[in-house]
Each structure stands twice: as structure tokens, then as C-alpha cells.
Design a protein around this ligand. Structure first.
Ligand SMILES: NC(=O)c1ccc[n+]([C@@H]2O[C@H](COP(=O)([O-])OP(=O)(O)OC[C@H]3O[C@@H](n4cnc5c(N)ncnc54)[C@H](O)[C@@H]3O)[C@@H](O)[C@H]2O)c1
Length: 318
């Protein structure tokens, strides 16, 4: 029996996560071993979530129990808590204002996870992702001595999915032909799509084709903005990315996924912060940070991203 809670589930990304996770939980359980999904949000979103829960259940048509609540105590005994709550950037609002307002929301949520479900693994989705993952960790660590390996941010999985798609488009080949498309660093403009690991049908990219790869890199970095420019926002793909991480933890797959984590000296980053690095994700959360064979230049870009994140942490007023 597994229980997953999504906080912010009345929103676009949260409900997208619930839909995808419901599919995974359905495959694990049956009518006798019920798996549970808790949709948690503020009171104003409660009725909306009740309707969503019914619709999602109809869509997945399996034995998972989905319920809506505005009481965070209902996350108790979750295996995994996913945080998608937060405010979008309003008109005239600076990035720093958004950062400090969301930090206050995430801090409150992290306090409640520490109180009601301290043993859960936590997947942070709210933006700015790496900073919100850090806020979740520092808050929970103070209250429940939560260890860093149990808290991961989802950003790199989504960015890597986009990178893989753009590479396939650039080279006019199938998505399955592309491997090694991984995005590290900051989830945002400071992301570092890695070029040296990319393979097409298991072969390295030829020198004369590198320009095509760089086009895919540029499109990956601006993918979120491109979607926003159409008046849309990303929630289908973030939902799928979170579900992949949930599955890795529940099924202990130990697959390598790019997640926002505390580097602990890996990639020559000693600062206490969260940044996207390749990790083996399994039942304990981060089983290992994997040191990939990437170029010196790529390593140095990741270090620069870490310096930028350290600077961002000075804008949090909590
Ligand atoms: N990491 C990623 O790859 C990624 C991708 C897309 C979006 N995001 C981020 O995910 C977050 C959610 O985006 P969205 O499009 O779903 O926004 P949204 O506005 O649709 O949903 C946010 C939800 O959070 C809820 N909420 C606000 N304060 C809360 C609180 N204190 N407790 C519980 N719930 C609360 C709101 O009621 C709302 O339902 C944003 O921060 C967004 O930037 C991250």
C-alpha cells in the first residue's frame, strides 16, 4: 500500500501530477491493497479539487483512492509528498518578490510535512525550483533533522525531456534514437544542457552536426517561455516528469535522473544549496550523485550556476 500527497493539487501542475501518479498507483494495487492519493490545497480550492478527483478517477479507472482536503494533517503517513503550491509571478512583481513570497508559502508547507509526515520523501516542484528545494530542506531539517537525500527538486527531468525532443527534431530522427540528453544546473535560464553525453543511435554527434545540437540547446533553455508566449503554461509534461520520479522511488528503480539536490562536494560544489545534478533515485531518495564524464567547460558552467544560486539565496527573507 502506498500513499502519495500532492500539496497545491488544485492548481494546473498539481492536478497534472495527480493524474499521472494515479496511473502509476493503479498499476501497483488492486481492490484489496488500496493505494491512496491525497489532493491538498487551500480552502478556496477544495470544491474544485473534489470535482478534479472524480474526473481523474474516471480517467484512470483503477482502484486508487483519491480524496481532496484543505487540511494538511491529511498528508499523514505519506510515502511521498509532492509540493506544487505557489504563486505565479503577478504584474509588476520582481523575481525577488516572487522568490520571497513563495519562500514563505513553501516554508509553511515544509513545517507541516515535518509535523504530520516527517518520514516522507519530498519532491519539490514550485519555482524558483532550486531555491524552494533549499527552503524545504532547511525548514524540515531544523524541525525533524530531515536528511538532504530525502528531498529532491523536479526540474531537470522536465528539461531533459524537452532537450531530447528538440534533438530528435533537429536531427529529424525518432525520440528513441536519442540518448544521453541530460540537463543539469539551475532549473531556469541558468540551466546547462549537456552536449558531450548526447548520442544518436548510440553514436557521438559529428563535429559538422554540432550546430544542430546547439539549436536544440537554445530551444530547451527557452522552452518554458515559448509555451508561455502562446498564453499556455506547462503542466502535462511536469506531471509526467514528477510521476517518473515517484515511480523511481516507489519501485526502487535507481535509475539516473537529473534532480535538484545538495551536491555535498560533487562536481566541486561545496556550498550548501540545491542544484540539478544526475542522481540515482530509489527507495531512500537519492541513492547516489553520479559523476558523469562531461567536458571541463560543462563542469565550469555548472559551478557558475551554483555561484548564481548562492547569490539568489540572499534574497529569501524567511
Ligand atoms: N519545476 C518545474 O519543472 C515546474 C514546471 C511548471 C511549473 N512549476 C511551478 O509549479 C508551481 C505551480 O504552478 P501552477 O501552474 O500549477 O500554478 P497554479 O496557480 O495553477 O497552482 C498553484 C496552486 O497552489 C495553491 N496554493 C497556494 N498557496 C498554497 C498554500 N499555502 N497551501 C496549499 N496550496 C497553496 C493554489 O491554491 C493553487 O491551487 C509554480 O511555482 C510554477 O512555477 C514548476
Amino acid at each position: 500500500m502506498s500513499k502519495i500527497s500532492v500539496i497545491g493539487a488544485g492548481g494546473r501542475v498539481g492536478s497534472g501530477c495527480v493524474r499521472n501518479i494515479a496511473e502509476i498507483l493503479g498499476k501497483k494495487g488492486n481492490e484489496n491493497t488500496k493505494n491512496t492519493l491525497a489532493m491538498i490545497d487551500i480552502p478556496q480550492a477544495l470544491n474544485l479539487m473534489k470535482g478534479m478527483a472524480m474526473d481523474i478517477k474516471d480517467a484512470v479507472l483503477n482502484d486508487v483512492e483519491i480524496f481532496a482536503s484543505d487540511n494538511r494533517a491529511d498528508i499523514a503517513k505519506s510515502d511521498i509528498v509532492v509540493i506544487t503550491a505557489g504563486k505565479p509571478r503577478g504584474p509588476g512583481m520582481t523575481r525577488e518578490q516572487l522568490l520571497s513570497e513563495n519562500a514563505v508559502i513553501i516554508k509553511g508547507i515544509a513545517e507541516d510535512i515535518a509535523k504530520f509526515s516527517p518520514d516522507s520523501k519530498v519532491i519539490v516542484v514550485s519555482n524558483p525550483l532550486d531555491v524552494m528545494s533549499y527552503v524545504t530542506y532547511t525548514t524540515m531539517h531544523k524541525i525533524s533533522s530531515k536528511v538532504g537525500r530525502e528531498i529532491v527538486g523536479m526540474g531537470g527531468v522536465l528539461d531533459s525531456m524537452r532537450y531530447r525532443k528538440f534533438i530528435a527534431e533537429a536531427f529529424n530522427c525518432g525520440i528513441k534514437d536519442v540518448s544521453g540528453a541530460i540537463v543539469l544546473g539551475i532549473h531556469g535560464e541558468g540551466m546547462v544542457p549537456i552536449e558531450s553525453t548526447v548520442r544518436l543511435k548510440r553514436l557521438k554527434i559529428k563535429e559538422e552536426d554540432k550546430e544542430k545540437l546547439r539549436e536544440a540547446v537554445k530551444k530547451t533553455i527557452s522552452a518554458g517561455k515559448t509555451i508561455a508566449d502562446f498564453g499556455a503554461s506547462a503542466y502535462f509534461a511536469p506531471g509526467a516528469a514528477v510521476a517518473r520520479m515517484v515511480n523511481a522511488i516507489l519501485e526502487d528503480t535507481k535509475e539516473i535522473l537529473p534532480c535538484s539536490v545538495i551536491p555535498n562536494g560533487k562536481y566541486e560544489i561545496d556550498d550548501e544549496l540545491f542544484i540539478g545534478l544526475p542522481v540515482r533515485l530509489g527507495k531512500n531518495g537519492i541513492e547516489e550523485i553520479v559523476e558523469l564524464k562531461i567536458s571541463w567547460e560543462e563542469k565550469s558552467k555548472i559551478k557558475t550556476a551554483a555561484e548564481c544560486l548562492t547569490n539568489n539565496l540572499t534574497h529569501i527573507f524567511i
